[in-house]
Design a protein around this ligand. Structure first.
Ligand SMILES: Cc1ncc(C[n+]2csc(CCOP(=O)(O)OP(=O)(O)O)c2C)c(N)n1
Ligand SMILES: [Mg+2]
Length: 804
C-alpha cells in the first residue's frame, strides 16, 4: 500500500519525490522546447507562456500528484501548467510520448488542460483564467448536493482543488464564487495559489498576499501561508538569521525577482551592502558559496517539497482552505524571476546546459528515468503505488429514464414562459426518476422565470434545514421557501457567472460523482451575455444542462432597452455544444423539453446521422429562449412527425402552394404578426407559405453538415431545411422575422438560392407596448407585408400601410 498522505515521508520517499520533481520539470521543459525548436513548425509560430509559468508549479504539483492527492480528488490546473500536468501523467503511464512530442500540435497534448480534447484524464478544463478555479468551488457544492440526496455514498468524498495563478485572482468571477460558496456552506475545497508575484506582463503589486488572506478569512476559509522553505528557516535560526529574515520580508517583489534572475554573486553584493555587519550576518552570508547563497535565497516554500508535503498532509478537516504558496516564476530555468519571462523560451544553448545539469544523454530526453539518482525499478515501484493513480478519473453514470412526452394543460392563451412553469409544475407532481434527478438553479430570478410552482413542490436545497418563517408565522405567500438537504432548487445570488459555472459543475456530475443530474438553469435572456464566457467554458468541457432564458427580446416591451436581448439568437446559433431553440407555442416547448431531457444524456461518439445531419448521437446542452408574451395556442394533435420536425428545427405551418410567391419564416413570439401578415397578403400573392422555425441553430447546423457530406461524395445527403424548401419555386421570396438579430434567419435564402428580406431587431430597445415596439423596429405584420411587397413582383398588396 502507498504510504498515507498524512504520515511523514521517509527520507527515501523524499529522495524519490525530489528526483521526480526534477524529472517533471525536465519533461515539461523539453516538451515545450521540442514543440518550438525541434518539431517541424510550418507556421513559424513560437509559443510563450508555458515555460516559466509551468516551472513555478513543478514542486507543488509533484507534492500533490505523487503524494497528497487521493483518487477521489479532482483538480483544476492553472492553464500554463499544462506541460507539467502532461509530464506527470506521462510518468504515471496515463499520457503517451507521442502526445507530448505533439504538444500544441494537431492531435497532441493540448496547450491548456482540456477535459474534452486531452487523453490523460483532465478533471476540469482551464484556459480562460478564473473559470476553472470557480469550477472547483461549485463542484464541491454539487458533490454535497448529490450526497445529501443519498446518491454516491459508496464513494469517498473528494476534495476539489484549484491550482491558481496569483494574477488569476484579478478575475471578478472568483470573488463572486467565494461569496456564493460562503452562502452555501462550502466544504472540501482547496485553492492553492502559486504566489510567484508575476503576471503575464510584469511583477505584481506589493503585499497582495495580505489582501488575499483577509479576504479569504472573511468568507470563512482557512488560510495557510507557505513562505519559506526548510533551508531558509534553518538559516533564520542561525546567528544573524533574524536580520536576514527581516531583510527578505521587506524585500520588494521587483527587487527579489531581479536578484533571483541575477544569481548568487548579485545576492551577495546586495545583502552585504544592505545588512552586512562584519559580524553574524556577514558570517552567515560568507559561509556560503555563490551557488549555495542563490539556493538559500530562492528556497521558498512553494519549491520545498518537505514543507508542501507537511502542509497538505496535515489537513484534517473539510473547511475550505486557501494555500498561499510563495514560488518563483521560471524556477530552475535560466530566466527565473525575470519580469519578461512569461513568453520566455529556452535557447538551444540553455536547453543543452539544462540537459547536462540533469544528466540526460542526447537521444534519451524522453526516457522516464534517465539521469535520476534512484534505480528505475524503485521508481517504477513507487509510481505504481501512487494513490492518485489508483482510481478512475471519469465515471460513467447510467442513463436516467425520461418520458417521451411531458404532460401539460395548454390554456387558449399562454406564453412559452408560463408553459415552462406549467411543465415543471406537472413534473414536480410526479414521483419519477426524471423528477428526482432534475435540479434547478437561478440567480435570484426563480420567481420571475416561473420556477416558483416547481420550487413549491420540490423545495430549496441547503445542507441544513431552514424553514420559511412566513409559512410558520402563517403569513399568506404564494411561495414556499423551505430549505432542506432534499430540496431540488439551488438559489443563487444574482451573479450570472455563478449560474453558468454551477451548471457546468452540475452538468458534469455524471463524470465526477458518477451520479447523473438533469440541471435546469433559468435567467433573463439578456444576461446570458454577462456570463457568456462561463457558458462557453461549460460547453467546452462538455457539461450537460438545460438553460431556460426568459423573458427575451423587445417583446419584454415596457421593461425597456436594458432588459431586451438582441444578440442572443446569434449566440444560440454560434455556440458549440449548445442546441438553441425558440418555440412559439407551448406544445412545441413540451416536445423540445422532452427531447432535451434525453439529448443532454447522450454521449455516444458518432458521425452525423443521415436523417437530419445533426450530430444528435453525441448530445449536448440545450438553450431555450422563451417569452412572456401570451400567444393564442393552436389546437392540434401532436403527431410523431410534427414532434420530430419541431426538434429538427422547423415545419410548415402553412405549406407553400406550387406557385408560391412568398414564404414568411418566423421564430418565436412574433408568430401572431407572421400569421396576420400571411392573411393580409393572401389576396395579392399566390400560395403564401408560413414556415415555423423552432431552431435556427439546428436547421443551420444540419444544412452545413449535409453540404459538407455532399462535397465528400455522399450525393444524397439532405438536411431538414433542404427537404422543407425542396418544392419552393425559385422565384419565390422569403421574408424572415424574429424578435432578435435578423442575421439569425437571413441565411435561409442561401439554402436554395431564394431572395431574402430578413427582419429583426438591430438597435437597442426602449420602453413601449409590444405593438409600439414591433412597429418601430419593423417586425409587425405591416413590416412583413412591406418586405414581401418589395421582394416579390406583383400587384400592390392592398392591406399594406405606409411604414412609419
Ligand atoms: C480570461 C483570460 N484573460 C487573459 C488571459 C491571458 N493570460 C494567460 S495567463 C495570464 C496571466 C498569468 O499570470 P498568473 O495567473 O499569475 O500565472 P503565472 O504566469 O504567474 O504562472 C494572462 C493574462 C487568459 N488566459 N484568460
Ligand atoms: Mg503569477
Amino acid at each position: 500500500m502507498a504510504e498515507s498522505a498524512k504520515t511523514k515521508p521517509s527520507a527515501n520517499e523524499l529522495a524519490i519525490l525530489g528526483e521526480l520533481e526534477k524529472k517533471v520539470l525536465w519533461l515539461a521543459s523539453w516538451t515545450i522546447y521540442h514543440a518550438n525548436h525541434l518539431r517541424e513548425n510550418v507556421d513559424g509560430v513560437k509559443v510563450g507562456g508555458h515555460q516559466a509559468s509551468s516551472a513555478s508549479l513543478a514542486t507543488i504539483m509533484t507534492a500533490l500528484y505523487f503524494r497528497a492527492l487521493r483518487p477521489q480528488d479532482r483538480v483544476a490546473v492553472k492553464p500554463h501548467a499544462s506541460p507539467i500536468y502532461h509530464a506527470i501523467q506521462y510518468l504515471l503511464g496515463r499520457q503517451s510520448r507521442q502526445k507530448l512530442e505533439d504538444f500544441r500540435g494537431y492531435k497532441g497534448a493540448q496547450s491548456y488542460p482540456s477535459r474534452s480534447k486531452d487523453a490523460d484524464g483532465v478533471d476540469f478544463s482551464t484556459g480562460s483564467v478564473g473559470l476553472g478555479v470557480a469550477q472547483t468551488l461549485f463542484s464541491s457544492l454539487v458533490q454535497d448536493y448529490v450526497r445529501a440526496h443519498g446518491w454516491g455514498l459508496q464513494r469517498p468524498e473528494g476534495r476539489m482543488i484549484a491550482l491558481v495563478g496569483d494574477a488569476e485572482l484579478d478575475e471578478g468571477n472568483i470573488f463572486e464564487a467565494i461569496l456564493e460558496g460562503w452562502k452555501q456552506g462550502l466544504r472540501n475545497c482547496w485553492w492553492i495559489i502559486d504566489y510567484n508575484r508575476q503576471s503575464l506582463d510584469a511583477v505584481i503589486r506589493e503585499g497582495l498576499w495580505a489582501r488575499y488572506e483577509a479576504l479569504f478569512k472573511a468568507f470563512g476559509w482557512d488560510v495557510v501561508i507557505l513562505k519559506y522553505g526548510a533551508l531558509l528557516q534553518q538559516a533564520f535560526r542561525e546567528r544573524g538569521g533574524e536580520r536576514l529574515r527581516q531583510w527578505i520580508d521587506n524585500c520588494p517583489n521587483q527587487l527579489y525577482s531581479a536578484l533571483v534572475f541575477q544569481g548568487g554573486a548579485a545576492w551577495r553584493r546586495r545583502l552585504l551592502d544592505e545588512i552586512g555587519d562584519q559580524g553574524d550576518v556577514t558570517r552567515l552570508i560568507e559561509a556560503r558559496s555563490d551557488e549555495e547563497l542563490a539556493r538559500l535565497m530562492t528556497n521558498l516554500a512553494g519549491h520545498d517539497l518537505p514543507s508542501l508535503i507537511e502542509a497538505f498532509g496535515k489537513v484534517d478537516h473539510d473547511r475550505p482552505i486557501c494555500f498561499i504558496c510563495y514560488t518563483i516564476k521560471g524556477f530552475g530555468l535560466p530566466f527565473a524571476g525575470h519580469k519578461d519571462n512569461h513568453a520566455g523560451l529556452m535557447t538551444p544553448a540553455q536547453s543543452e546546459s539544462l540537459r547536462a545539469a540533469m544528466n540526460i544523454r542526447p537521444g534519451h530526453e524522453w526516457d522516464k528515468f534517465e539521469g535520476l539518482a534512484v534505480a528505475p525499478a524503485e521508481l517504477e515501484r513507487f509510481l505504481e503505488r501512487v494513490p492518485f493513480a489508483a482510481g478512475e478519473r471519469q465515471h460513467v453514470a447510467a442513463r436516467i429514464e425520461v418520458p417521451a412526452q411531458l404532460p401539460v394543460t395548454i390554456q387558449p392563451l399562454m406564453s412559452t414562459q408560463t408553459g415552462f412553469g406549467a411543465l415543471l409544475n406537472e413534473l414536480g407532481r410526479e414521483n419519477s426518476a426524471t423528477a428526482e434527478r432534475v435540479v434547478t438553479a437561478s440567480p435570484d430570478v426563480t420567481v420571475s422565470t416561473n420556477l416558483g410552482p416547481w420550487v413549491n413542490r420540490r423545495g430549496l436545497f441547503a445542507r441544513e434545514k431552514m424553514a420559511d418563517t412566513f409559512k410558520s408565522e402563517r403569513i399568506p405567500s404564494t411561495f414556499n421557501w423551505d430549505f432542506s438537504p432534499k430540496g431540488q432548487h439551488i438559489e443563487l445570488g444574482i451573479a450570472e457567472m455563478n449560474l453558468f459555472i454551477l451548471l457546468s459543475a452540475l452538468g458534469l456530475s455524471h463524470a465526477i460523482n458518477g451520479e447523473r443530474l438533469i440541471p435546469i438553469g433559468t435567467l433573463y435572456d439578456p444576461f446570458i451575455q454577462r456570463g457568456l464566457d462561463a457558458l462557453n467554458y461549460a460547453c467546452y468541457q462538455e457539461a450537460r444542462f438545460i438553460l431556460v432564458a426568459t423573458p427575451s427580446g423587445i417583446t419584454l416591451a415596457p421593461e425597456g432597452g436594458a432588459h431586451q436581448s438582441i444578440a442572443t439568437p446569434l449566440i444560440g446559433l454560434a455556440q458549440d455544444g449548445l442546441a438553441a431553440f425558440e418555440p412559439a407555442f407551448v406544445d412545441e416547448l413540451a416536445a423540445i423539453l422532452a427531447f432535451a431531457f434525453d439529448y443532454i444524456q447522450r454521449d455516444a461518439e458518432g458521425e452525423a446521422s443521415e436523417r437530419n445531419w445533426l450530430r444528435d448521437e453525441t448530445g449536448g446542452s440545450v438553450y431555450l429562449r422563451l417569452s412572456t408574451r401570451p400567444i393564442e395556442q393552436i389546437k392540434r394533435a401532436m403527431t410523431g412527425e410534427l414532434r420530430q420536425a419541431i426538434v429538427d428545427g422547423a415545419y410548415w405551418q402553412r405549406a407553400p402552394g406550387p406557385n408560391c410567391q412568398v414564404v414568411v419564416a418566423y421564430t418565436g413570439a412574433v408568430v401572431p404578426e407572421a400569421i396576420q401578415a400571411v392573411g393580409l397578403m393572401a389576396e395579392d400573392r399566390r400560395d403564401v407559405g408560413l414556415l415555423a422555425v423552432t431552431s435556427a441553430d439546428r436547421l443551420n447546423a444540419g444544412w452545413t453538415a449535409a453540404q459538407r457530406a455532399r462535397e465528400r461524395g455522399l450525393v444524397h445527403a439532405r438536411s431538414h431545411i433542404e427537404k422543407l424548401m425542396a418544392d419552393v419555386p425559385s422565384h419565390c421570396g422569403i421574408v424572415t422575422v424574429l424578435d432578435g438579430h435578423p442575421a439569425t434567419l437571413a441565411w435561409l435564402g442561401a439554402v436554395r438560392g431564394h431572395r431574402v428580406r430578413a427582419l429583426g431587431v438591430e438597435h437597442f430597445g426602449q420602453t413601449g407596448s409590444i405593438p409600439d415596439l414591433y412597429r418601430h423596429y419593423g417586425i409587425d405584420a405591416n413590416a412583413i407585408v412591406a418586405a414581401a411587397a418589395a421582394l416579390t413582383p406583383g400587384r400592390p398588396i392592398r392591406h399594406l400601410k405606409a411604414l412609419p
